[in-house]
Design a protein. Structure first.
Ligand SMILES: NC(=O)c1ccc[n+]([C@@H]2O[C@H](COP(=O)([O-])OP(=O)(O)OC[C@H]3O[C@@H](n4cnc5c(N)ncnc54)[C@H](O)[C@@H]3O)[C@@H](O)[C@H]2O)c1
Length: 334
C-alpha cells in the first residue's frame, strides 16, 4: 500500500528576529520544520537568527501586502506564526495611533495575503493585556476582556480579526495569551530590553543599583504585585503545540500561556539575589495606576486542548536570564 502523501510544511515566522520569535524559529527548525523569516528589525536583531533573514519588511507598510503574497506563494508557506508587533505599554499610551497602525495594520496585510494565498493556519501572539484589570486569583480565558491601554487593545482587535477570518474564510487560529515572558533558552537569544521586571532586576544587580518596587501594601502575601513568569523556551514549545492544533482543528481559540503559579516582585528580587550572589537594594514606591495586584494564568485550557504545560519555574527564568547576561553559553535544559 502506498503511504498517504504528506504536505511539506513551511512556517512563516513574523518577528523572527525578536526575543520570542527567535526562540520559536530555532525550536521549529530543531523539530525539522522549514522556516521562512520576516522582520523589519525595528526592535529585533538579525544576529539572533540562525539563518539569514528571508524578508526584511515592515508588515504595516504600503508594499507589505504584495511582498507577503509573493513570499507566501513563492515559498509554499502552509502556516504562519505571527509575532511581529510593538509591545511597550507606555509607548502605546503616548503613541496610540502609531501602535494601532503597526500592530493592527500589519495583521490586516498578513491576513489579506493569507486569504488570497489560501494559507489557513495561524498562531497569533496575543497577551494577558487583553484582560485589563483582573481581580480573580487565576485568570481563565472566559474572564472579561477589557484592555486598559492601546497595546492591549491592539491585541484584542487582533484576536477579533482571527475569529472573523475563521468564520468568513476558514482560517484556523490559536490566539496565545502570553503572561510575563522571561528567561533565555540560549544566551544569544536573550531579552535585551529593560522594560520587563527580570531584566530590570538583573541589570540592577549587575550595576549595584537599587530597584523600585511599585506597590508594597497590596492584598498579596508580601504586599508586592504577583505575576506569572513563563519561561521563553516553554512559550516556544507552546507555539509548536498550537501549530499542531490548528493544523487539525477548525475555528479560532484563545489559550492562556502561563505557569499557573504566581511569583511576587519581592520574591523575584530574592531569587535574583540568590542567583547572582549580590544583594539588591529596594526602593519602596506607590503602586502604578492601573496595575492589578495579581495576574496569574489558569493554564488548564492549554493543557487540556494543546497538551502543553510549563516545565520551568520563575527561578529557571531568572537563572537563565542571568547566565545569558553574564555570557555563560549553552542551552538551558527544559
Ligand atoms: N515579551 C513579552 O513579555 C510579551 C508578552 C505578551 C505578548 N508579547 C508579544 O509577543 C510578540 C513578540 O514579542 P517580543 O518580546 O519577542 O518582542 P521583540 O520586540 O523582541 O520582537 C518583536 C519583533 O517584531 C519585529 N516587528 C515589530 N513590528 C514589526 C512590523 N510592523 N513589521 C515587521 N516586523 C516587526 C521587531 O523588529 C522584532 O524583531 C509581540 O507580538 C508581543 O506583543 C510579548
Amino acid at each position: 500500500m502506498n503511504p498517504i502523501p504528506t504536505v511539506p510544511r513551511v512556517v512563516l515566522v513574523t518577528g523572527a528576529a525578536g526575543y520570542i520569535g527567535s526562540h520559536v524559529a530555532r525550536v521549529l527548525r530543531q523539530r525539522g520544520e522549514t522556516v521562512v523569516t520576516v522582520d523589519d528589525l525595528s526592535t529585533g536583531s538579525a544576529l539572533r537568527l540562525d539563518e539569514p533573514l528571508d524578508l526584511r519588511l515592515d508588515l504595516a507598510s504600503p508594499e507589505a501586502l504584495g511582498e507577503l503574497e509573493a513570499v507566501l506563494s513563492g515559498c509554499g508557506v502552509t502556516d504562519v506564526i505571527h509575532l511581529a508587533a510593538m509591545k511597550q505599554v507606555g509607548e502605546s499610551v503616548a503613541r496610540p495611533t502609531h501602535y494601532m497602525g503597526r500592530n493592527v495594520g500589519g495583521l490586516v496585510h498578513l491576513l489579506t495575503a493569507m486569504e488570497r494565498c489560501r494559507v489557513e493556519q495561524m498562531v497569533f501572539s496575543s497577551s494577558a493585556a487583553v484582560y485589563g484589570q483582573t481581580t480573580v486569583p487565576l485568570v481563565a480565558e472566559d474572564h472579561a476582556l477589557a484592555p486598559v491601554n492601546p497595546y492591549g487593545q491592539s491585541k484584542l482587535i487582533g484576536e477579533w480579526m482571527t475569529e472573523n477570518a475563521a468564520r468568513s474564510w476558514g482560517l484556523r487560529a490559536a490566539n496565545l495569551r502570553y503572561f510575563n515572558v522571561a528567561g533565555a533558552g540560549w544566551p544569544e537569544l536573550a531579552d535585551d530590553g529593560v522594560a520587563n521586571l527580570i531584566p530590570i532586576v538583573l541589570r540592577a544587580a549587575d550595576r549595584g543599583e537599587p530597584v523600585r518596587v511599585f506597590g508594597t501594601d497590596l492584598p498579596t502575601p508580601d504586599g508586592s504585585c504577583v505575576r506569572d513568569f513563563v519561561h521563553v523556551l516553554d512559550l516556544a514549545h507552546a507555539h509548536v503545540a498550537a501549530l499542531d492544533h490548528v493544523r487539525t482543528t477548525a475555528g479560532a481559540r484563545a489559550f492562556n500561556i502561563g505557569t499557573g503559579t504566581g511569583t511576587s516582585v519581592r520574591s523575584v528580587i530574592e531569587v535574583a539575589e540568590a542567583v547572582t550572589g549580590r544583594s539588591i537594594t529596594v526602593i519602596e514606591d506607590a503602586p502604578r495606576a492601573g496595575d492589578p495586584a495579581t495576574v496569574v494564568a489558569d493554564p488548564t485550557h492549554a493543557y487540556r486542548i494543546l497538551g502543553w504545560t510549563a516545565q520551568c519555574s520563575a527561578f529557571d527564568a531568572v537563572d537563565s536570564a542571568w547566565r545569558a547576561r553574564t555570557g555563560v553559553r549553552g542551552a538551558v535544559p527544559v
